[in-house]
Design a protein around this ligand. Structure first.
Ligand code: NAP
Length: 478
């Protein structure tokens, strides 16, 4: 089997070792062997990016537009094929995989447009005879470190703005999903990104990622992943005063009020908590439900879950694919045991399932009787596991929703304008959803959270410029 190499300084290079890419729906299916860079190759990639930066920073906007637009067009044209690869390596269903690839293509198109819309301000000075200009310039070499759960969309929403604003990139994808990352690197290479401007270094986080975070020639790090890794990266970046952007975990609440439309509530709950196997940072994992609708809501969710098909991600009709790997599955099962030991009641699922192929199949799990202090109510599980907390009224629901160290996405289902408006204002989260699932966002508006979920400027849309550029103020005396 051929080895898919890394892209360093415009050259496709094999590494010291290889990493097999295994299909979580079928553990006997090895998708490919992917090069594993070592620390020396990570240093080479950073040196190549540093060398390419002066020319790329001053490159013409037509060149940058053309490259990003071409990459976006190819991604969109190949969305079925790339979606199948993504679903095969990550385990989300084929429609979800195709949808994610299409999203990546749209993101490249959006940032191609942003290249042409680069602007600044020209202002009068408070001092006579002087003009002031405020402009944005690229930051330098950006290290991009991404998680496994969105193998192409998250890389796209970091790589596209980084390149659009004139930065060079060293990209380290998660080890579990090198296939989509390699396909994206191949597309960018063929779209005409100059040598060294974009580098792919597949390899271990503790080796390649660590070099990127510590290296003084990496001016900024954009990281998406777990809180523990994010904290360690922030501490190292702070030591050398590197710019840092972290998107981390969530424990997102969905508040359901007595006046909710039950079918909307059930739909938001099931989509938000269980689709993509619950492996989304924006997944709802806490349903906070007022007493008057509690029993009907639980019954409705159980009925919907019973009708969902958990199976091979690539099979037609599958609603929920497998858990991504054995260690995530262990974590999900461990939390299901923790929930039981905390005296929450497991009223649906949480069982290992046998299917035609050997895969990590888990039935969606629903707990009731959870309370705010339980670990299943406080810690991110990152699987198809959610719990219901019964509350007396809206005021208690809001307080419980905000009682978390995280603050990514927060939802409410209600027909009351008063409660919707109040929740919108008082939910302590970066994104608020009214009568919509906590997961599911647009690409042209900011994405990110508060509290322990995020650090630094927002990602996506025009707000991406905050991280990927640095502002210069120029005074010109006439
Ligand atoms: P993770 O274990 O923290 O890994 C994320 C990335 O960091 C991977 O590429 C990993 O490489 C790398 N890494 C690991 N150790 C490192 C180190 N010492 N230095 C530098 N890089 C290092 O997270 P994950 O399990 O892949 O992803 C799941 C988490 O991501 C969840 O907590 C989820 O909530 C979060 N997430 C957040 C968002 C958001 O926008 N807020 C979106 C999606 C996911 P290896 O693969 O080689 O370990």
């Amino acid at each position: 089997m051929n080895v898919f190499p890394n892209l360093i300084g415009g050259q496709w290079l094999e590494g010291g070792s290889v990493n097999p890419n295994i299909n979580p729906s079928n553990l006997d299916d090895v998708i490919g062997q992917y090069a594993q860079a070592d620390a020396a190759q990570a240093h080479s990639a950073i040196a190549a990016a540093r060398a390419a930066f002066p020319a790329w920073a001053l490159s013409g906007i037509q060149q940058r537009f053309d490259i990003l637009d071409k990459a976006g067009s190819e991604i969109l044209a190949r969305k079925e094929e790339l979606g199948a690869l993504l679903s095969r390596e990550e385990g989300k269903t084929l429609p979800e995989g195709i949808g994610e690839v299409a999203r990546a293509g749209q993101i490249f198109k959006f940032f191609a447009g942003e290249v042409l819309r680069l602007s600044g301000d020209k202002l009068p000075s408070v001092r006579p005879g002087i003009d002031v200009e405020v402009t944005r310039e690229p930051v330098g070499v950006i290290g991009l470190i991404t998680p496994w759960n969105f193998p192409i969309a998250i890389p796209a929403w970091k790589i596209a703005p980084a390149l659009a604003y004139g930065n060079c990139v060293v990209f380290k994808p998660a080890e579990l999903v090198p296939g989509s990352a390699w396909a994206l690197a191949d597309i960018l290479h063929r779209a005409g990104v100059p040598a060294g401007v974009f580098n792919l270094v597949m390899g271990r986080g503790s080796v390649v990622g660590d070099v990127m975070v510590r290296h003084r020639d990496v001016s900024a790090i954009s990281f998406t992943g777990s809180v523990g890794t994010g904290r360690a990266i922030a501490a190292l970046a702070a030591e050398r005063l590197a710019k840092v952007q972290l998107e981390m975990g969530g424990k997102n609440p969905l508040v359901v009020l007595d006046d909710a439309d039950l079918s909307v509530a059930v739909n938001c709950a099931v989509q938000g908590a269980y689709f993509s196997t619950g492996q989304r940072c924006t997944a709802s994992s806490r349903f906070i439900v007022t007493s008057g609708i509690h029993d009907r809501f639980v019954q409705g969710v159980k009925e919907r879950l019973a009708a969902l098909k958990v199976d091979d991600a690539l099979l037609e009709g599958t609603d929920i694919g497998p858990v991504v790997d054995a260690s995530q599955l262990d974590q999900d099962l461990r939390y299901i045991e923790i929930g039981k030991s905390e005296d929450a009641e497991l009223v649906f699922g949480g069982e290992l399932l046998q299917r035609r192929t050997r895969g990590h199949f888990l039935s969606p799990a629903l707990f009731t009787g959870a309370t705010a202090g339980m670990r299943i109510s406080r810690e991110e599980i990152f699987g198809p596991v959610a719990s219901v907390q019964r509350v007396a009224d809206y005021e208690e629901a809001l307080a419980v929703a905000n009682d978390t160290e995280f603050g990514l996405s927060s939802g409410v289902v209600t027909t009351s304008l008063k409660h919707a408006s109040h929740f919108k204002r008082h939910a302590q989260a970066g994104m608020v959803m009214v009568n919509a699932p906590t997961a599911g966002v647009d690409y042209h508006v900011p994405f990110g959270g508060r509290k322990g979920s995020s650090l630094g400027p927002r990602e996506q849309g025009r707000y991406a410029a905050e991280f990927y550029t640095t502002v210069k103020t120029t005074y010109i005396a006439a």
